[in-house]
Design a protein around this ligand. Structure first.
Ligand code: SAM
Length: 207
């Protein structure tokens, strides 16, 4: 690996935070529909962790209506926006792979459009961490770009950006190996700069 992926992603999102927030205005992404599958299963006042929360708009704004939201993001620009957008949320400027929460801290963990920005050999260990942070029966929802790419850096929204992901079968196996039952999984496409991009959506429950 030539350059530190964490540095590429951190500097990249500091540059493209505003451009990224405009992307979804092109059309509606499936994020909120999937999020509603989590929120409909939670009691009011639950604790929800959002990994790679970005600006918090729109997911954390919705979560914070009834729940405690804790967002984590590597980009200072994104965390700044999230703090403005959701004043009652708690937002941590940190690499999600170096977090250390006590066991059984959360009722749900969500992560949208983020895991594919970390080297894929970290994906299994991160899923195991999430499992330990969730209370028994806790929910995990994440999207995962459909593909099979091992550590590539490409131009994205005008900045270099790092991507790395396993094929859908492998990531589903890693979810199960980490101790989750998959409730629902599906591949959905969305438009990004007039390009169709497909994501695997996984909703799972901690055993
Ligand atoms: C495509 S954006 C998604 C933002 C938001 N989740 C959403 O649904 O719009 C990916 C976000 O993940 C963050 N991110 C990427 N790698 C990260 C890491 N290792 N730790 C924390 N945040 C990370 C980026 O800074 C960026 O804000």
């Amino acid at each position: 690996m030539a350059e530190d992926p964490r540095k590429i992603v951190e500097e990249g999102y500091d540059l493209v935070a505003a451009a990224y927030s405009r992307l979804e205005r092109e059309n509606q992404w499936p994020r909120m529909r999937w999020l509603s599958k989590v929120l409909s299963r939670l009691a009011p006042g639950s604790s929800v962790l959002d990994l790679g929360c970005g600006s918090g708009d729109p997911a954390d704004i919705e979560i914070a209506r009834l729940h405690h939201v804790i967002g984590v993001d590597l980009s200072k620009a994104q965390i700044g926006l999230a703090r403005q957008n959701i004043p009652k949320g708690r937002f941590i400027h940190e690499d999600l792979s170096s977090l250390d929460f006590p066991d059984e801290s959360f009722d749900a963990v969500v992560s949208f459009y983020t895991l594919e920005h970390l080297p894929r050999e970290q994906h299994g260990p991160i899923l195991q961490q999430i499992h330990s942070w969730l209370r028994p029966e806790g929910l995990l929802l994440f999207s995962y770009e459909k593909g099979d790419r091992n550590d590539v850096t490409v131009e994205w929204l005008g900045a270099p950006m790092f991507f790395s992901m396993y094929d859908p079968k492998t990531i589903m196996r890693l979810v199960k190996d980490a101790g989750f039952d998959i409730i629902e999984a599906d591949v959905e496409s969305q438009l990004e700069q007039n390009r169709e991009v497909s994501y695997l959506w996984i909703l799972a429950r901690r055993k």
